[in-house]
Design a protein around this ligand. Structure first.
Ligand code: SF4
Length: 433
């Protein structure tokens, strides 16, 4: 049977779909790229914003039209966080939550009984990290490795703790085994990822922490780079920075979720740091990793955010000089504390603020890219897109493009190049003679 997969949302979701795909492929199911050719369509949902929900519903509608006879499986955060809404979905054959382990069996059950299945389990305190190991698949340079799940922070705007449950971590030996397998399959870079990555190890009794996971991944032969996905700023301790700065394979790129540059708003968001503490952390990271890049997420138009609060965020973003910012307008998530907050900001105002901030961040990004001109950098090149360039990333995730040569051996190679200019969001470089 043929399966079409569609994944919304974060790298954790991408990783989990890939895991499911690998399991089903090993049972003889074939992967197809179009829903119209599929016997089964699996949609892995995200519910981080209202927009994610509406995109999912639009896709569901399209799939039902393109593949009216296929079995539709809906899984992921939307169904887990809003089971009552999941029950109302029309024309779906299997609906599960964020635990995807049972999907192969549920498919068998549906094929046998032909009865719709809705099975959304509950997350329990103390539940174990679901064993998952992705094998090397289509040849790529970079692999994501999920090492943590769940969040107990309950930021007032965020639905994720309700969808993902409590914190739990992948044991170090399992992490190492997975990274070794990926290295044997030719991967050069791994990105350690999780729902709240800095909480890695908090569920272990032996004091294991994120830095231990990073060390374990760095020790794997064949892996040249270890990258970290998004982190919560208050959880990165001085001793972690000190230990991590000694790991040569650790990429100096830190995505520290900011959300707002206004203390009053941060407090309402139930974030656990102030702007001053955030700034201090950036200074420490820039001291420990002189070539580091700091990126972030900023939410605009949170309930009660005034023009003045927003201006404070703008100024703070300029002051830190983030090399990249992911900006998104706040959307009310049912069931969160912020749902009941006064002072909800009009949609149009949120959009205006997002555009204003985008403009400022775009200028900072361009200045950052231009500041690289003249530098010699090491780039790990990736699969060519056939557009006449070899493309890849530096350790700090600066995108670099080199005009394609007849030499085809650039893919998966680390080469030293000199940056000569900037085009769009890429630094343009020349190869060493
Ligand atoms: S730390 Fe806050 S924003 Fe991040 S997943 Fe947890 S509750 Fe959501």
């Amino acid at each position: 049977m043929k399966i079409y997969y569609y994944t919304f949302g974060c790298k954790v979701n991408q990783y989990e779909t890939e895991n499911l795909r690998q399991k089903l492929s090993s049972q003889g199911y074939e992967t197809v790229n179009e829903p119209g050719c599929a016997d089964i369509c699996i949609i892995n949902t995200c519910t981080v914003t209202a927009r994610s929900d509406s995109k999912f519903k639009q896709l569901l509608h399209r799939i039902k039209r393109a593949a009216p006879d296929s079995m539709i499986v809906v899984t992921g955060c939307f169904a887990q966080a809003f089971p009552e809404k999941a029950h109302e979905l029309d024309g779906c054959h299997i609906i599960t939550g964020t635990s995807k382990q049972e999907i192969p069996l549920l498919i068998q059950e549906y094929l046998r009984d032909k009865k719709p299945i809705i099975r959304i389990g509950k997350h329990e305190k103390g539940e174990a990290f679901q064993p998952m190991e992705n094998k090397p698949s289509a040849a790529k340079t970079r692999a994501y490795v999920k090492i943590q799940d769940g969040c107990d922070q309950y930021c007032s705007y965020c639905i994720i703790p309700y969808a993902r449950g409590h914190i739990r971590s992948k044991p170090i030996d399992e992490l190492k085994k997975e990274v070794q397998g990926l290295a044997r399959g030719g991967y050069k870079e791994v990105v350690l990822t999780g729902i709240n990555l800095c909480c890695y190890g908090k569920d272990f009794v032996d004091g294991t922490r994120l830095v231990d996971a990073v060390e374990a991944a760095c020790e794997v032969q064949g892996i040249e780079r270890v990258r970290l996905s998004s982190m919560e700023p208050e959880m990165l301790l001085d001793e972690d920075i000190e230990l991590m700065s000694r790991l040569e394979k650790l990429c100096p790129q830190f995505h520290l979720s900011l959300q707002s540059g206004c203390d009053k708003t941060l407090k309402k968001m139930n974030r656990k740091y102030t702007c001053a503490q955030y700034k201090e952390l950036c200074l420490k990271l820039r001291r420990a990793f002189p070539d580091c890049v700091i990126t972030t997420d900023v939410m605009v138009g949170f309930a009660g955010e005034t023009d003045e609060d927003f201006m404070q965020t703008m100024e703070f973003v300029k002051e830190i000089g983030f090399e990249r910012v992911h900006i998104f307008p706040y959307s009310v998530r049912k069931g969160t504390a912020a749902e009941k907050f006064d002072g909800q900001v009009q949609k149009q105002v949120k959009q205006q603020r997002a555009q204003q901030l985008e403009k400022v961040c775009g200028q900072i990004r361009r200045e950052f890219l231009l500041s690289n001109v003249g530098r010699k950098v090491k780039v790990l090149f990736e699969k060519e897109k056939g557009d006449g360039f070899h493309r890849g990333y530096t350790m700090n995730y600066t995108p670099v493009a080199v005009k394609q040569t007849n030499d085809c051996s650039w893919r998966w190679q680390t080469r030293t190049v000199t940056i000569t200019g900037v085009e769009g969001d890429f630094c343009i470089a020349q190869a060493e003679e």
